[in-house]
Design a binder for this molecule. Structure first.
Ligand code: BES
Ligand code: MN
Ligand code: MN
Length: 455
């Protein structure tokens, strides 16, 4: 059965690539309201495929935002039930002129497929689809499966969180399989065992009632951008250490064993700085390694400051208000509620005179560390060893997948985070890609994994 499924997957590779390209052409950008119909089209596309390969009860589940896609195949009595998760929404493609080929016209170049969503997460979602297709086409799916894909991961995943809170009983399962992370290095089988959480906020400062002539009123009217710059400058120091009082207090350090394992990973800081980050220096908290800073320490970043005059040329105006989009990444020992409260209070405290400030929460997700002492994680490491011929390393991810916290808390199941991206895949950036060999190897790993879970 296993061999037949692997052979099917191999034989079916050209087809799969074509299908993935069609999926990637759909502009399912969840954060842009003008693309809501495209997001839905991507959901329909996925649902149609799940129906075609023989999954049952395939349907879109409506939320307050973009729909979930649900499907099931529950014909392996006595075997465990897995919840397969991925997201079909993508980040906006800007800056579009930095793409070598257009973001929604997938192109194959030097063994990669380039498109927005190639690795994050349509390509990885499609590996799950292909693994199911290959097993079903060769006779049996040896384990019970529920598929739950969302179209709002990139905007915080509120719909799926609400759905899980209400309908956890309908989703009875033994473990979740998430394909939305990356390998630590090419050819190095990797499981992700922790993710940072986040709060995404907007800090808005109001000055004068309306925009004002900066010559007539400059000198008396408060400038909201200057006020905002002052606020931001006091949120963290030059190393990146967050200055919000109490924020760092409860943080759980990684264990000694984890730190030792991280030290043994193949990591060249200078190469990383040069090729991945591309800055003249890496910044960050003294006394912590790069992996600790990106996996186990909180961060605070500014994503954009809309407002005022940003067109070409010059306009002499004192804007009446200014906004900064600010997020914090959370690590174990922190929670979204307290972190937001602390931020809000501190911002109010450091706001200069003459302006008012409003700090709003846009979305949030809790940090997670997943349990590795269970049969599903063991099956995943065996599956990866079969395909890669090497032992699996355990890493954490600096990114966030909000729903994983809900799997742990609401469904109380272990989660396997098995992803096949590469560190240089440019997720959320121009020229996002997915290594085609990893698309195929990932599919094979999933076929092995599902087979092992049903053994
Ligand atoms: N797949 C990523 C998260 C990720 C990337 C985890 C690399 C591990 C390694 C996910 O799609 C993502 O980008 N999440 C957002 C979540 C946010 C918008 C709530 C993130 O991390 O910024
Ligand atoms: Mn993702
Ligand atoms: Mn993403």
């Amino acid at each position: 059965m296993l061999d037949a499924a692997l052979a099917y997957a191999q034989h079916n590779q050209p087809n799969a690539l074509e299908e993935l390209m069609a999926f990637l052409r759909i502009q399912s950008i969840s954060t842009l309201p003008e693309h809501a119909a495209d997001v839905r089209a991507a959901a329909e596309f996925l649902a149609a495929k799940l129906r075609q390969i023989g999954l049952e009860c395939v349907r879109l589940i409506e939320t307050d935002g973009h729909p979930l896609v649900y499907a099931e195949h529950l014909h392996a009595p006595g075997k465990p039930t897995l919840l397969l998760y991925g997201h079909y929404d993508v980040q906006p493609p800007d800056p579009v002129h930095e793409w070598i080929s257009p973001p929604f016209e997938p192109e194959e170049r030097n063994g990669n497929i380039y498109a927005r969503g190639a690795v994050d997460d349509k390509g990885q979602l499609w590996m799950q689809v292909r693994a199911l297709e290959s097993l079903l086409a060769s006779g049996v799916l040896p384990v019970n499966v529920r598929v739950l894909a969302e179209g709002e991961e990139e905007v915080g995943g509120e719909g799926i969180a609400n759905y899980l809170a209400k309908h956890s009983a309908d989703l009875a399962c033994n473990a979740a399989l998430v394909c939305d992370t990356e390998l630590f290095a090419p050819n190095l089988p990797t499981l992700c065992v922790g993710l940072r959480g986040m709060i995404y906020t907007e800090i808005e400062v109001h000055g004068a009632r309306t925009d004002l002539h900066s010559g007539m009123y400059g000198g008396v009217a408060p400038n909201p951008f200057i006020a905002l710059a002052h606020i931001i400058a006091h949120l963290r120091d030059q190393d990146g250490t967050i200055l919000i009082p109490g924020l760092l207090d409860g943080i759980k350090q990684p264990t000694k064993a984890e730190l030792l394992a991280w030290q043994a990973l193949p990591f060249d800081e200078e190469h990383y700085r040069e090729t991945e980050v591309g800055s003249i220096k890496l910044i960050g908290e003294p006394g912590y390694s790069v992996l600790e800073r990106t996996w186990a320490r909180p961060t605070l970043d500014v994503h954009g400051m809309p407002g005022g005059f940003t067109g070409t040329g010059a306009k002499t105006v004192i804007p009446s208000h200014a906004v900064a989009k600010v997020s914090l990444r959370l690590v174990p020992g922190m929670n979204t509620k307290d972190t937001f409260t602390r931020l809000q209070q501190y911002v109010a405290q450091i706001t200069p005179p003459g302006v008012t400030v409003d700090t709003r929460l846009i979305h949030s997700g809790e940090p997670v560390v997943v349990d590795t002492e269970n049969s599903y994680v063991r099956a995943a490491t065996i599956a990866m060893r079969e395909v890669f011929g090497r032992d699996t390393v355990f890493v954490r991810g600096g990114g966030s997948i909000p729903v994983v916290g809900d799997f742990t808390r609401l469904l109380q199941i272990p989660t396997v985070l098995m992803g096949f991206g590469l560190p240089d895949d440019n997720l959320h950036a121009p020229n996002e890609k997915f290594c085609i060999a990893n698309f195929y190897r990932g599919t094979d790993c999933l076929i092995h994994f599902l087979t092992l879970c049903g053994a």
